[in-house]
Design a protein around this ligand. Sequence first.
Ligand SMILES: [Zn+2]
Length: 290
Amino acid sequence: MKSYFFISVLIVFILVLTGSAKAVPTAPDAPSAPSSPSSPDKPFALPKDAEKISEDTFKLKPSKDPSTGETVEAFAFVHKKSHFKEVPARVQRPAKISGSTCYGYFASGAKWKSVEPWVVNPANNSGISDGAVFNTFVNAISKWEDATDGVVGNGAGVNVLGDGSATSAVLLADTVSPDNVNEAYFGAIDDPDTIAVTIVWGIFSGPTFQRRLVEWDQIYNSVYDWSSSGESNKMDLGNIVIHEKGHSFGMNDLYTSFCSEQTMYGYATTGETKKTTLEAGDINGINKLY
Ligand SMILES: [Zn+2]
């Protein structure tokens, strides 16, 4: 009788152990079961020790690149929605003719020196088809690459970000260390004013010629209703993706109203589509970098 009791206690103990083992979250980026949207249950948040270095740019703690063992740094670019009260009442100057000096890099000389593939989980709550999401990314990358030779529309340019693919795997933007996957997905972000976050890992210090980018990850806030056709009350996906891709190439945010017409201007709002074309500063900047 006593041994039956002991065995049943043992079984219960094993069951509890197994149950708690299952509760441990799967490793980031493990190709686990598809879900929609692709993010984990917890809203995305930057690590508490992320250091604010400018308007909406944060420096993450350095880490090691698992593929090379090198020490790598990371910036997180938080793309905020502009509120009407933040937009100056005066009409901005005709910035389209002003802009060729409107560009910047987050680490001078840091760019891609190898071509890596990228992946997007297109699952979203806004009814945009997987194909439309994927094409939005391809088009945004093409526009930047086309501009690397300083001329837009000639179809010539440098292949910088490589080929992409769509996945239904759960993706996770890497804030602690890179995982050698360049990934983008829709997911909840802790701050509802944040439209998207791009994290770029790379070697940003030391001699300029040794600097390079090693990874980019992007999360698009599923709090927003997204549009693929510039609908006035929604966030236009093409308008935001091309800006975020600019960070993937090495471009920095611009916050002066003088540069407000550039794709790399740091604010956006619903219904906006003007960033889908690169302007003089964007083109000049990407040309000088590549
Ligand atoms: Zn930005």
